[in-house]
Design a protein around this ligand. Structure first.
Ligand code: GTP
Ligand code: ZN
Length: 381
């Protein structure tokens, strides 16, 4: 099958400027710089990633904004620290004596040696800009926590966020654009390259590579044989697992699932494996290694995620549905045990006409992991 490439025009979404602002903010955050986050309500925050905290950075933020910095945690992280708060709202912690770099590290990073740090002082439930700051940290694959300081209102009670950002050479990004970033990114995926790549277990294979126009994560379709567009296709949605897929880690079941899917599809004649760039159930490799560390301390795979401040599963399957559609498929026979994959695909307009179980034997190291997936995440083993 010869594939047509999307034209540049087709691939340019109307919200290009919004995506660009978020993408730039991501790299600022990863470099430890602050960005200005604005809300539709007219408020604005200066924010940088908790993971980049230093005494100097805290002082610099306070001096820039002219207000005391607070720490923003996700509801999940705050609950893990013993606060009685809803899990789905960000929490802002403002200790009366002010933040220190050590306190920020202790509150935001559970892999640090245990100390007795507890959030003290004003703890408030927040929304717009604070929530966006934690989402930005998540998309940047950092710990989901941010240090923030309010921009004070100027004359007339208005915050001149744009003027402030310009004066201090800071990037300005809208909270709503951060919230929409992943959805827009998935929508803007376009095919950029394709080549035959004969595999050990499936010789008639080609890889079709997709890239979003915002420079975000690239995803791959591994197309085996010649599936007929418009017909239900045997498909596996595989989330990246560096440790399992490449190194053969025994902590999970990803390696056998990936190779097994390729073998099974080759035996069936045709089908597609989507290789999705959402390592560690969407928290990234660094954070997955942190989660492993917590699991070595006794937590299960779900609790390790939430103690870090993430949801148990941060993955989205909108990119998968966009890729399937662009390849000509809207119906799948899905190789999975995970009901959330089926639900998310269905919600994004790809019909799951059949679930094909995709189970591999435990290996002596991953029994607890598989049990937790069944008991807590509803996997159908
Ligand atoms: N955060 C975290 N991610 C993990 C852990 N173990 C494996 N993973 C990740 O879990 C994902 C597994 O992906 P899949 O095999 O596609 O999905 P699944 O949820 O197991 O569902 P099915 O295999 O389709 O039934 C990969 O992104 C792995 O990197 C863990 O302990 N913590
Ligand atoms: Zn894995």
């Amino acid at each position: 099958m010869v594939l047509e490439y999307a034209s540049a025009d087709h691939a340019t979404p109307p919200d290009h400027a919004a995506q660009r602002a978020v993408d730039r903010a991501l790299s600022e955050l990863r470099r430890g710089e602050a960005v200005v986050i604005t809300t539709e309500a007219g408020t604005a925050l200066l924010a940088f990633a908790a993971e980049a905290v230093t005494t100097q950075a805290l002082n610099h933020l306070a001096q820039l904004a002219g207000t005391a910095p607070s720490l923003v945690l996700t509801g999940q992280r705050a609950a893990a620290l013993g606060l009685d708060v809803p899990l789905d709202r960000p929490v802002r912690v403002s200790p009366p004596a002010g933040l220190t770099a050590d306190l920020v590290r202790d509150l935001s990073d559970p892999t640090r040696p245990p100390r007795t740090a507890k959030p003290t002082g004003a703890v408030s439930l927040e929304g717009g800009a604070e929530g966006a700051a934690t989402i930005l940290a998540k998309i940047a694959r950092l710990l989901p926590a941010a240090i923030v300081a309010d921009l004070p209102a100027g004359r007339g009670g208005m915050v001149d966020a744009a003027g402030f950002a310009r004066r201090h050479d800071l990037l300005l990004v809208r909270a709503a654009d951060i919230v929409d970033y992943r959805r827009r990114s998935a929508r803007s995926l376009a095919r950029v390259a394709e080549a035959a790549v004969p595999l050990e277990d499936a010789e008639r294979t080609r890889i079709v590579a997709f890239r979003p126009t915002d420079g975000g994560p690239e995803h791959l379709a591994i197309v085996i044989g010649d599936p007929t567009p418009g017909q239900p296709v045997l498909a596996r949605l595989h989330s990246e697992c560096f440790t399992g897929d490449l190194l053969g880690s025994l902590r999970c079941d990803c390696g056998p699932q990936l190779r097994g899917a390729i073998r099974e599809i080759a035996q069936a004649g045709q089908g597609i494996v989507l290789y999705l760039a959402q390592e560690g159930r969407g928290i990234g490799l660094m954070n997955k290694l942190r989660a492993y560390r917590l699991q070595d301390g006794g937590l299960d795979t779900v609790d390790a995620n939430t103690v870090l401040g993430f949801d148990a599963d941060e993955r989205v399957y909108l990119p998968a549905s966009t890729m399937l559609r662009q390849l000509g498929f809207t119906q799948v026979r899905l190789m999975t045990n995970n009901p959330d994959k089926m639900a998310q695909l269905a919600a994004s307009g790809v019909e799951v006409v059949e679930r094909v179980p995709h189970i591999f034997p435990a290996n002596g190291h991953n029994e607890a992991y598989l049990r937790t997936k069944a008991e807590k995440s509803g996997h159908l083993f």
